[in-house]
Design a protein around this ligand. Structure first.
Ligand code: NCD
Ligand code: ZN
Length: 350
């Protein structure tokens, strides 16, 4: 039996799905990502959303201003697709290097998605244009209506919409964000390389029994919801396979404590402080630490047609305790950290 290494060095990773919010929350959470990841796809679901190239230019400036001094981190901006998105504006933003991708939120699928798409016929011209200019299309891939069970939303989205779009727009590069089910994993594998999928640390670790089976755990509530042990097994197998269609996307999504832990709590899990360590634990448990580099640092850039980062980081097996919460300066606010207070096996070494 070969013993697992206690140190591993990989290319600097990127986070292909991240929420850093705005204002004081942005300042509080951005350093956790910027100290680890080279780049991150910043999700546009602010209130109001980042809808246009102009919005993205302004948001990028606020993000850059919030970076700790000396940070070497590049935010990759996205725009939020609505019923009224103008294909010319999306194309201009991509052409000017402002937008890295456009993001679909089905209306009311998740946090801050009220302005999302209500009728997909209205975005067909946007998709046509994106296909033409080879601009990535990112999807919150859930079908939401009163008849669709919440655990089936991803599968129904694939069946009713995504499986048609891959044929209708064969040149459109897409990402099924935060893949959460075996159905999603299998669909991405079958539609690669046209479709890639991001996988979060929490979908790799949790089952719905963890979330609901011994007390209701708000820190395990996110969209798409955590599913079964069989779904988790499929996700772990996919991520640790090294297959180029799967890549790292934390979906780290901070919320003020009072909104997160409430009678009507919001979905979203703030995991940036523990994300890379959590992935390392999962890859170690699956005997696949050698595949971490592909998943975290190589597959994402390949899908986005960007070069991988040039420098490297080292992780060491050396336990530490995750902070329970972070303070949001000047706002009298806090955000709970996923796995806060737990002992985490791997840490980043300087
Ligand atoms: C995200 C958020 O809070 O912005 N929430 C979540 O449950 N994952 C939005 C999203 O990615 O769905
Ligand atoms: Zn998200």
């Amino acid at each position: 039996m070969s013993s697992t290494p206690t140190r591993i060095t990989i290319r600097r990773p990127d986070d292909w799905h991240l929420h850093v919010r705005d204002g004081k929350m942005l300042e509080a959470v951005l350093p956790y990502t910027a100290s680890v990841f080279g780049r991150a796809i910043l999700m546009p679901n602010l209130v109001p959303p980042v809808r246009t190239t102009r919005d993205a230019v302004a948001y990028r400036a606020r993000v850059l201003a919030a970076l700790p001094s000396g940070a070497r981190f590049t935010p990759l901006m996205t725009c939020y697709v609505t019923d009224d998105t103008d294909p010319d504006d999306v194309a201009r933003g991509f052409g000017e290097g402002v937008l890295a991708a456009a993001k679909l939120y089905p209306a009311n699928a998740t946090t801050n998605s009220a302005a999302g798409v209500t009728d997909y016929r209205r975005i067909m011209r946007v998709l046509e244009r994106m296909e033409k200019i080879d601009m990535p299309f990112l999807m919150h891939g859930e079908h939401v209506d009163d008849e669709t069970d919440i655990f089936d939303r991803e599968a129904v989205f694939i069946d009713r919409h995504l499986s048609k779009w891959v044929k209708q727009f064969p040149g459109l590069r897409m990402v099924l964000e935060h893949v959460s089910s075996k159905t999603g994993v299998d669909f991405v594998a079958g539609a690669a390389p046209q479709v890639g999928g991001t996988i979060t640390p929490y979908h790799l670790r949790l089952t719905r029994t963890d979330w609901l089976g011994s007390g209701l755990k708000p820190m395990m509530y996110a969209m798409p919801v955590i599913k079964t042990a069989a779904d988790r097994a499929a996700l772990r197998k996919a991520a640790t396979s090294g297959a180029p269609c799967y890549f790292l996307g934390t979906d780290s999504a901070p919320h003020p404590l009072a909104r997160k832990v409430a009678v009507n709590g919001v979905p979203g899990i703030f995991n940036a402080p523990v994300a890379l360590s959590t992935y390392a634990e999962v890859f170690e448990a699956e005997g696949a630490l050698v595949k971490l580099d592909a998943f975290a640092s190589l597959n994402g850039p390949k899908h986005y047609r960007l070069p991988p980062n040039e420098d490297a980081i080292t992780l060491e097996k050396s336990p530490w305790t995750a902070p329970v919460e972070i303070k949001v300066a000047g706002a009298d606010e806090r955000a709970l950290v996923y796995r806060g207070g737990e002992t985490i096996a791997w840490r980043l070494v300087e």
